[in-house]
Design a protein around this ligand. Structure first.
Ligand code: FRU
Length: 485
């Protein structure tokens, strides 16, 4: 471990200690979501299953609630419910990553963990350099940096980052989020047969590639996966214009599905579809676990989207990760389901099998609280149905459209909205509420809304409104939260 590495670790540990009480006394701390111990968390990184343990790293700025020279924070879990928080895996201590150990991924090879990440470097004039770097571990706790394994190819700006590595046949592939010199967002491919030497293959798709027209000036955090024979590129493009109900956040996260030709290379794909419709969701990453499940975790935040308006910054921390979700392909689109393991957090069930509300607003006996799961199944919605949480946020359904609204984070006199048009009618809602977060799975994961919410801490009321007649069942579980070691 270099002197600089030790120094940075020491400084970060002091920062955690200094603000521990303030951070932990925040009523907006979450019970079953991963957060930074202090400072800012952004992208999930290096999500991997190895020897019975899931490792999940995260972009971490320990010294500020803004962005900067990121570390890799590190959590691990055997069941995706109970988590252990480790010492940071990587610090920005070397010439090739001194301005940030930026996002990347992990693979297992010959019983070692290989972390690939972007070394972000800025010179005295603020010019950016980018290096794709490797660190290796044989115990899953200590990581040894091996330095730069891939350099910036010609034709691209230094906005070239976030390597995601996977194996196909006997070759390793790395997809990177990029910006071409003519300022178009791209996803580019590298290939290697030993994880050390990487050959640049070219773009697989991007803005003004294939049939896409202008589609953003930068693509971040790409991930190539296979679901049921379909090749899927998950990516976070920047620079899309709001379009009807689509692309309402500052930056987007979604996917293209099709067939990837690894040799040419080229990705023949359909239209872009957003993965989440809420206010805070970005930079998701997936892993394949031992059961063959494709599990996704995202960042519950969006860069440059009034981040400093989140009230937790008064208490020296900001942002969290989403719950892990299992991805499936239904022949048309990705379906996202909260992992089965999350049922471990449930307390006893409270069940109301048939509730009818007719032109009225009602509370339902026992349905309340800040750390709960609510499952609603609808028999009928004649006109409009809404759930109002904590006099703060509401989820409304009418004519095939689901709308989430909350007070605008920056300008509280205004209300902000996110909407989606469903394929059919609303059949079910599954809500995970955790103090200052809300994740809503609509119609068994056909759509998801992920958002931070900042109601009054002591306010626990949940109200249901129907215009016309609505009939539904409701199941509630209080959630115990994860056992955080
Ligand atoms: C996405 C991102 C990545 C980058 C990282 C830096 O949120 O901008 O492209 O690697 O965050 O923290």
């Amino acid at each position: 471990m270099s002197v600089r590495d030790q120094e940075l670790r020491q400084l970060a540990a002091e920062e955690v200690k200094k603000h521990k009480e303030t951070v932990e006394s925040d009523p907006y701390r979450l019970q079953y979501h991963l957060m930074p111990p202090v400072g800012l968390l952004n992208d999930p990184n290096g999500f991997v299953y190895w020897n019975g343990t899931y490792h999940l790293f995260y972009q971490w700025m320990p010294f500020d609630t803004g962005h900067g020279a990121k570390f890799w924070g590190h959590y691990s879990s055997e069941d995706l419910v109970n988590w252990t928080h480790h010492k940071p895996a990587l610090t920005p201590s070397d010439w090739f990553d001194k301005n940030g150990v930026y996002s990347g991924s992990a693979v297992v090879h010959e019983d070692k963990l290989y972390l690939f990440y972007t070394g972000n470097v800025k010179d005295e004039e603020g010019n950016r350099e980018t290096y794709q770097c490797l660190a290796v571990s044989d115990d899953g706790v200590h990581f040894e940096k091996h330095g730069v394994v891939a350099e910036l190819p010609e034709g691209y700006t230094p906005h070239f980052r976030d390597p995601k590595v996977w194996k196909k046949g006997d070759q390793w592939y790395m997809v990177i989020g990029a910006q071409s010199e003519d300022l178009q967002g791209k996803a580019v491919l590298f290939r290697s047969d030993n994880l050390m030497d990487w050959t640049f293959m070219g773009p697989i798709t991007g803005s003004n590639e294939n049939h896409l027209g202008d589609f953003g000036y930068m693509w971040e955090c790409p991930d190539v996966i296979e679901l049921d024979g379909e090749d899927i590129l998950i990516v976070s493009p920047q620079g899309l214009e709001e379009d009807g109900m689509n692309y309402a956040n500052t930056y987007q996260s979604g996917y293209f599905a099709g067939q990837l030709n690894y040799d040419q290379p080229n990705f023949d794909h359909g239209d872009f579809r957003e993965l989440d419709r809420g206010f805070e969701f970005y930079a998701p990453q997936t892993t394949l676990d031992e059961k063959g499940r494709r599990v996704l975790v995202g960042w519950m935040g969006v860069p440059d989207q009034y981040e400093q308006a989140h009230p937790t910054i008064e208490n020296e921390w900001i942002h969290c990760l989403t719950l892990p979700r299992e991805l499936k392909w239904n022949g048309q689109q990705i379906i996202q389901k909260p992992l089965d393991e999350l049922k471990e957090m449930r307390g006893p069930v409270l069940l109301h099998s048939s509730i009818t509300i007719d032109n009225d607003q009602k509370a339902i006996r026992g349905v309340e609280g800040k750390s709960v799961e609510l499952n609603l199944e609808f028999d009928q919605i004649e006109d409009q149905f809404a759930i109002e949480l904590f006099q703060y946020t509401s989820l409304t359904y009418k004519d095939g459209v689901v709308t989430l609204s909350r007070p605008h984070l920056e300008d509280k006199k205004k209300t902000e909205f996110r909407r989606v048009q469903l394929n059919g009618e609303l059949k079910s809602l599954r809500l995970f509420i955790d103090h200052s977060s809300l994740e809503v799975f609509v119609n068994d994961g056909e759509e998801v809304f992920t958002s931070r919410i900042y109601p009054q801490p002591e306010e626990e009321h949940i109200l249901f409104t129907s215009l016309g007649t609505s009939t539904f069942s409701i199941e509630q579980y209080k959630l115990s939260g994860y056992n955080y070691k």
